[in-house]
Design a protein around this ligand. Structure first.
Ligand SMILES: N[C@@H](CCC(=O)N[C@@H](CS)C(=O)NCC(=O)O)C(=O)O
Length: 206
């Protein structure tokens, strides 16, 4: 398998999960501006939608969209317990959570990266994001991870998005349970290894 990633982007979540599962994979950096890959080709040939994450399989298929990739990886090793069993009610709860993260947090915070939006518009997105973080705070006040079953794919996804908050000048300390969650996940060896690998990866020129 090959994981196409950009440092500290949403691709960090499947990257963490690949390492948590100890699966063999190649990490291929993408220049998100030029859409060139570290292999020398165009990323658009891998994912015509033009954004990370993409996971290419040994059979030549390319899988995109974070929640689908995360569940695919977890199901390669169900015994690791990173996602509840396919078809179970708890799996539906995981899908509910992944959809919340992708639509409300990931999609909801993406406009905050924009430097061309007026402050009033940015404040609307910030206020909405704060409401979502408040809801997560009440949940993580009662349990260590998003699902009662313990650390899993949704936690890796949430961790990756929370890592963007300093770039938006949002202080995670305003949500103490979320901050504790962030440190708990950051301490995992697979998470440290993924962060190191992304930091050490060579930029893709051109
Ligand atoms: N719906 C996609 C969104 C992926 C996405 O937003 N990727 C961002 C990085 S976090 C990206 O590569 N953006 C570059 C671009 O859109 O050109 C998913 O869940 O995988």
């Amino acid at each position: 398998m090959k994981l196409y990633f950009a440092p500290m982007a949403c691709s960090l979540a499947p990257h963490i999960i690949l390492r948590e599962l100890g699966l063999p994979f190649e990490l291929i950096r993408v220049n998100n501006q030029t859409k060139r890959t570290a292999e020398g080709g165009s990323f658009l040939d891998i994912n015509p939608k033009g954004y990370v994450t993409a996971l290419t399989l040994d059979n030549g298929e390319a899988l995109t969209e974070g929640p689908a990739i995360l569940q695919y990886l977890a199901d390669l090793q169900p015994e690791a317990g990173l996602a509840p069993a396919n078809g179970s009610w708890q799996r539906v709860r995981l899908q509910e959570m992944l959809n919340f993260i992708t639509a409300e947090l990931h999609g909801g915070s993406a406009p905050l990266f924009r430097s061309d939006l007026p402050e009033a518009a940015l404040q609307i997105f910030r206020d909405k994001l704060f409401q979502r973080l408040d809801w997560l705070e009440s949940r993580l006040d009662k349990q260590d991870y998003l699902l009662p079953s313990g650390f899993g794919v949704a936690d890796a996804y949430l961790f990756s998005i929370l890592g963007w908050l300093p770039r938006f000048h949002i202080d995670l300390a305003c949500w103490p349970a979320l901050q504790a969650f962030f440190h708990r996940v950051a301490a995992r060896p697979a998470v440290q290894a993924a962060l190191q690998a992304e930091e050490n990866s060579a930029p893709v020129e051109g």
